[in-house]
Design a protein around this ligand. Structure first.
Ligand SMILES: *Cc1c(COP(=O)(O)O)cnc(C)c1O
Length: 393
């Protein structure tokens, strides 16, 4: 018998029926500490009160109108996003991959229509993840994700991430843009090295290329700044957002400098659902909390505490390597990652993987010190248990 759902996911054997803050409950009432945050989506935790209240009001007012009309919450969220970022204009869509599709279209249109360039090549990097639709998948330099879906979209060239030498080959005759994640999330929690990024940025600027920052995972406070580019003193021309933007309500966005955004004129791009009253209300409420005085300072402080705890485990257990920034952290163990994820789940902690061999740690940004301590305790327990079975590796 075939199941009614297409089998695109390998799911954990849990049915979650309730969530609050950093916690979820399954249908038997068992409680778990959720350090997956719905894959970097629930930056304010489960069912955040302020988002819920604003959404409830919007539910009573109007749900959907389409972009045939002005949508006040959409205009307000765009205004707020331009106030807190280096971008001047915003386009709303529904997901990360769609934001990247739009960014690819915008970069091409800007190069062709405004700069009069003939080329359309966009550079992306090994281990990147930009999404599952064909354009974004073509930008995603991971063969195992692309395999079988050929022909892919033309116009991408891949370079090795964090490779200084390779930057000499960045600019080709047809190159118009560079697209990257400042911390590769799905690809294995791999932060960009500062020197490499500095050189990349210099080359981009000297050659008049566009810089597209895929902040779908790193954005909305995840790394301790509202956007990861702030950590590197870089000004992208285009920024894509999704995951954390709506606290669980599907929404994506393309943010761009006004010169670039000018390429999009009526009829060039669009979306039926994009920026609808409910999703942009969720976005507004989320951004309101994230930009509240002191909120991100707390994220920095708590994430530092978590990282220090993990570094202590790294010191204690020789089979671990820890990396990442803010609340986008990874542990690379020698040994099967699935085993550790299962061990943690059995002890009431939910975690996910990244790449092929990394445990990804994505607590909500609202996680408490107590919860971080509880988490570290469980991790120490499972690594100690593992060390025992393998005689320390
Ligand atoms: C998750 C992710 C995407 C894709 O987002 P979807 O909403 O799943 O389409 C794109 N880029 C990055 C960096 C991501 O982490």
């Amino acid at each position: 018998m075939h199941p009614p759902l297409m089998e695109t996911y390998k799911r954990y054997p849990i049915k979650i029926v309730k969530g609050k803050g950093s916690w979820v409950w399954d249908e038997k009432g068992k409680k778990y500490l959720d350090f997956t945050s719905g894959i970097a989506v629930l930056n304010l935790g489960h069912v955040p009160q302020e988002v819920k209240e604003m959404l409830q009001q919007q539910l009573d007012a109007v749900w959907h109108t389409s972009n045939l009309f002005h949508i006040p919450s959409q205009e307000e969220l765009a205004k707020k996003l331009t106030e807190v970022s280096v971008a001047d204009q915003v386009f709303f869509c529904n997901s990360g991959t769609e934001a990247n599709e739009g960014a690819i279209k915008l970069a091409r249109l800007y190069a062709h229509k405004i700069l009069g360039k003939k080329g359309s090549e966009i550079i992306t990097f090994t281990h990147s993840f930009h999404g599952r639709t064909l354009g974004s998948l073509s930008a995603t330099a991971q063969e195992h994700l692309q395999k079988g879906f050929e022909p892919l979209l033309e116009g991408f060239r891949y370079l090795p991430y964090n490779d200084m030498e390779a930057l000499n080959e960045l600019v080709g005759e047809n190159t118009i843009a560079v697209m990257l994640e400042f911390i590769q999330g799905e690809g294995g929690v791999i932060p960009a090295e500062e020197e490499w990024l500095k050189k990349l940025y210099t080359i981009v600027k000297e050659n008049g290329l566009l810089l597209i920052a895929d902040e779908v995972q790193t954005g909305m406070g995840r790394t301790g700044s509202l956007f990861a580019y702030e950590e590197y003193h870089i000004e992208p021309d285009i920024i894509t957002l999704a995951k954390g933007l709506g606290s669980g309500f599907p929404i994506g966005a393309i943010l761009a400098k006004k010169e670039v955004a000018a390429a999009f004129t009526p009829g060039t791009h669009g979306s039926t659902f994009g920026g609808n009253p409910l999703s942009t209300t969720a976005g507004l409420a989320t951004l309101k909390v994230l930009t509240r005085e002191g909120f991100l300072d707390e994220v920095k402080r708590k994430s530092q505490m978590l990282k220090e705890g993990l570094l202590q485990l790294e010191k204690k257990f020789s089979f671990l390597t820890v990396r990442g920034k803010g609340f986008l952290l990874g542990i690379q163990p020698k040994g099967d990652v699935g085993t550790f994820i299962t061990m943690a789940r059995e002890r009431g902690v939910l975690l996910l993987t990244a790449g092929s061999g990394v445990i990804r740690i994505l607590p909500p940004l609202t996680v408490t010190e107590e919860e971080i301590k509880e988490f570290l305790q469980v991790m120490e327990e499972i690594f100690a248990a593992y060390a025992l079975t393998t005689q320390g590796v």
